[in-house]
Design a protein around this ligand. Sequence first.
Ligand SMILES: [Zn+2]
Length: 397
Amino acid sequence: MAWMLRLVKIGGEGEGPCTDIMEIRRPDDLVDIANLGLTLAEAKLLLAGVQREIVAAQARDHAVRRPSCARCGDVCRVKDYRDHAVSTLFGQVTLRLPRFRCAACGGIEAGVGWPSQCRSTPELDRLQAHLCALMTYRTAADVLGQMFPVDAGTHHETLRRHTLKVGEALGECAAVRPETPASAIMVTLDSTFIRSCENGERHLEVRVGNVETQSGGRQVFGAVAKAGTDIEALIRRNLDAVGRTGDTALTAFTDGCPGLRRILADAGVTTPPMLDWFHVAMRLQHLKQIAGALPTDAGALPTDDPARGAARAVIVEEVERLHWRIWNGKAKDAQVGIDRIRAVMHHFRGEPDRRRSNRGRSDSETHFRFGCYWTPVPTGASGSLGCSRPGRLKNDE
Ligand SMILES: [Zn+2]
């Protein structure tokens, strides 16, 4: 079986000239399911063919428009033709467009409303940047090449250059405020370390976060620390973009690091941030390990203390309960548990941290000392559970 794909231009006077785009040949039988319908290769050829024809027709129509001279306003005549190669999502196209010369003053005009520096369509730029944001440049280049008849700019280095340019342009544009203001916004901010690809730099500290509203508005942001990005301005702009006003209730979540808290305060989020469940769970896990490692006998202390065994049992039990209580939002009960732990902590004052030899803990985890603890409170904005200010269980060493 064979088909001819024909493109017919329809103008004001009805059907115009038609062009054969491609012939499609497929087997008659469906013994092999792979023969069902179009293949990806055929679809790519088809898209590229249609794109080429449509662009050629558009270029022809555009070329007949005559600009008037920018200097003297006189009529321009065609001087010569230039080819412009433009990358599109459906292949690279070449537009043959005229340049003009003014009959009166001899000035050169590029054409009517044609961006002379244009090398690619905004749609292709956007899709490239989008894919590069989701995966590595190399994978993004591969995906583009697999799915679309894109034949230019598919090298990962080119994609990287384009994406960085798009990112730069994004950083400079002001936030577009939504029509309806947000009554409440939830802000999360966290930091992590990624290995740097530059020589001499071991790790890059990256701050990432998002802002969310109850109506589903969401913005994600991120910045490398000490790279010149004004993260406070970035947060402010993202808050504006989801509809922050003077009356908006802001709820912030962080990993408990004072640096992040300061950033939020500078960005106008002045209410104390809460600890998100991930970091609560991490601290609970840490606490369980420490409780399990507490000595029941005199340990490092010179005098024998029979109350220590009982104190340890209380701590182990309360820490276990704390996990359940915090997860289930039992703030008052959790506070009772913390108070019970604090009441017996003095039995272990001066005890060296037996977990010190524990290597390979994550950076966030090392923020935590036995003494630092957070009280859970239910949060308004998300309905999930957050934690308020830390209290003290035991002095840090
Ligand atoms: Zn002129």
